[in-house]
Ligand binder design. Structure first.
Ligand SMILES: CC(C)(COP(=O)(O)OP(=O)(O)OC[C@H]1O[C@@H](n2cnc3c(N)ncnc32)[C@H](O)[C@@H]1OP(=O)(O)O)[C@@H](O)C(=O)NCCC(=O)NCCS
Length: 176
């Protein structure tokens, strides 16, 4: 798997993924963006000290049939707090690459990097309560729910809770 800080070159892949209904229905902000908006957004984050976006691609193809590496997804790190060593994370997987085990692989890689190399103490995330697949993965990784924003999001004419989950370094080691 190739992990690279997202730049404007990744914007088209990212925008197509985020505008796909299979992804958009689980985002806190479901607004469809133009490629121009998305490129500006990625460039702003590129220069931010409190957020990062990491574009993930499969390894270079071994066969001649593919001349490009398929785009797997986008990992986000937000609210990086260097004083308290905490941050928020999230991950969206490209619809064509879902169900292949990539989310679990990427989370294990990124949690290891954040805890071991970047000395994070606690990592948080927010997930909509109807996102059963994502919640299944987070619990399996060792995340625990620590609160909710009741009825935070209105989607499909329904009010949906936003669950806050967290993992600390000790919990990750216990789950290995
Ligand atoms: C949620 C998401 C990140 C998962 O990525 P993925 O690479 O498809 O997930 P994986 O293949 O690693 O794992 C899927 C797991 O969910 C399980 N699963 C599938 N459908 C499920 C369901 N309806 N309920 C519970 N678990 C489910 C699978 O059995 C598998 O679990 P296992 O590893 O124990 O067998 C991806 O589907 C996605 O990006 N969705 C749209 C955007 C999104 O939801 N982002 C997260 C916002 S918090």
């Amino acid at each position: 798997m190739i992990y690279q800080i997202a730049t404007r070159d990744d914007a088209e892949n990212i925008n197509n993924m985020r505008n796909h209904l299979d992804v958009r229905q689980y985002l806190h902000s479901p607004i469809c963006h133009t490629l121009k908006n998305c490129t500006e957004w990625i460039e702003n984050i590129y220069h931010s000290s409190s957020s990062e976006r990491i574009a993930i691609y499969t390894d270079p193809p071994e066969t001649e049939t593919l001349s490009y590496n398929p785009f797997v997804g986008l990992f986000r790190i937000d609210e990086i707090d260097a004083l308290n060593n905490t941050c928020y994370v999230g991950l969206d997987i490209n619809p064509s690459q879902q169900g292949k085990g990539y989310a679990s692989i990427i989370y294990k890689h990124m949690l290891n990097e954040l805890f071991e190399l970047r000395n994070m103490r606690i990592i948080y995330l927010e997930v909509l309560s109807h996102n059963e697949t994502a919640i299944h993965i987070y619990k399996k990784l060792g995340f625990m729910e620590c609160g909710r924003f009741p009825r935070k999001i209105v989607r499909f004419g329904r009010e949906i809770d936003s669950c806050v989950m967290y993992i600390d370094r000790k919990m990750l080691i216990q789950n290995e």
